[in-house]
Write a protein that binds this ligand. Structure first.
Ligand code: MN
Length: 414
């Protein structure tokens, strides 16, 4: 049985003012092509399927996109196994699961051999079996969503914790307990091939410059030293940096695109593994995914730096760029500097500027302050960022109203 492992799709995500939908769809399409090219039987997506920034219509479009892209894979008997991560919207995912259960009301008993050719989503710990298409032996799959109180502490969700540490301790125990219960289930065969898919922070992994939009103290860290022994393959999600942990078959596939500046040096990919009647057939293989370049550009002297940047970055049209700008009033025209930078880096996702005179005069604006821009620019930038996924027409209309409001405000003050 050929298994392709991926995770952390974050579909419909955005970075600053940049909508990442198309970048992420391109990556998903490449994964679907790998499924066909390598005659994959099971595609495992180990959580964080959708961005928390995705609106309901964006979620709908993501599902539609799956339908198109994976139609041939599913129609050909392929199976997609997914589970929820910490970024997945609980209500939306549970609605999906409920609808799928209505469509196939008899499927889903623990340890059951489930029909191939469709998608399964685990919002709770789940144990199922799939038969190898060619030789008929079953492979056991254990799907473990990210441990939230709602998913793992049934009935206890109103329990109050004395501290975040206590909450994490309870969740770590609940996660291990759920897994133990599955392995003790009468249908679970410790000798038969088994794959674990989980969205979790496994102790000893390299998180790189930081977790994706999460404070380290909020994360649930699992020891998991027995997993390498217990499973033929462990398909992990949550950490965006691709790597294996503890053993070559315990892996984070990593995210499918560069999601923020912390991932600028990652080599993205998906993992292909083959499990036979006796377990893993060979070492897992990484199939590469090209990803969007992301970097920071610092402009200290616009009159010299802009012509240089123009020469050095002729192909930056698609790059995600964070801009840090210093300019001198009376010498540099800020508006013109910003326009020129936008021409070189049309996909800048964040920018910040400081006036050098203000800095030298020792202004009240501290060096660490994110910006000293005016009220109007702050409002405009904020709205443009917030409205990035709205229709252009709607966005322009809102911005126009706000411009008018700011005008009126100025007039009434003067
Ligand atoms: Mn993630």
């Amino acid at each position: 049985m050929r298994i392709l492992h991926t995770a952390d799709w974050h579909l419909g995500d955005r970075l600053g003012r940049i909508d990442r939908t198309d970048d992420l769809r391109t990556a998903v399409e490449r994964i679907a092509a790998y499924c066909q090219e390598h005659a994959v039987d099971v595609l495992v997506v180990a959580g964080d399927l959708f961005s928390e920034l995705s609106r309901p219509d964006g979620l709908r479009d993501s599902i539609r996109h799956w339908r198109e892209v994976f139609h041939n894979f599913l129609a050909g008997g392929g199976t997609i196994l997914t589970l929820t991560g910490n970024h997945d919207n609980e209500n939306f995912c549970q609605t999906l699961v409920s609808a799928m259960t209505l469509a196939s009301p008899t499927i889903g008993q623990p340890g059951e051999v489930v029909p191939p050719g469709r998608l399964y989503l685990a919002t709770q710990p789940m144990f199922l079996r799939l038969e190898d298409r060619r030789r008929g032996f079953p492979v056991q799959f254990v799907l473990m969503p990210y441990p939230t109180p709602h998913r793992f502490l049934k009935g206890d969700s109103k329990f109050r914790y004395a501290s975040p540490e206590e909450k994490n301790r309870v969740l770590v125990q609940a996660w291990a307990e759920e897994l133990r219960a599955i392995r003790q289930h009468p249908r679970y065969d410790a000798q038969a091939p088994a794959v674990l898919a989980a969205h979790i922070h496994l102790h000893g992994c390299n998180i790189g410059p930081g977790l994706f939009r999460m404070a380290p103290e909020d994360d649930v860290v699992i020891e998991g030293s027995e997993l390498a022994e217990q499973y033929d393959y462990v398909a992990l999600g949550h950490i965006h940096k691709p790597q294996w942990v503890q053993a070559a078959h315990v892996r984070y596939s990593g995210s499918i695109e560069t999601m923020d500046l912390g991932e600028q040096n990652d080599h993205k990919g998906v993992v292909l593994v083959e499990v036979g009647r006796q377990g893993r057939n060979k070492e897992p293989e990484v199939l590469p995914l090209p990803s969007t370049a992301i970097y920071e550009v610092v402009v200290l002297e616009p009159s010299e730096d802009l012509p240089r940047l123009k020469r050095e970055y002729p192909h930056a049209k698609n790059d995600l760029v964070k801009l840090q700008i210093r300019y001198t009033a009376g010498k540099d025209q800020l508006e013109e500097v910003l326009r020129e930078l936008e021409r070189i880096f049309p996909r800048w996702y964040a920018r910040d500027w400081k006036e050098t005179g203000a800095l030298m005069a020792g202004s009240l604006v501290s060096e660490s302050s994110p910006t000293n821009r005016g009220f109007r620019e702050t409002v405009r930038d904020y709205l443009q960022q917030e409205l990035v996924q709205h229709e252009a027409e709607e966005r322009d209309a809102i911005l126009q109203i706000v411009e008018q409001l700011m005008e009126d405000e100025d007039t009434s003050r003067s």
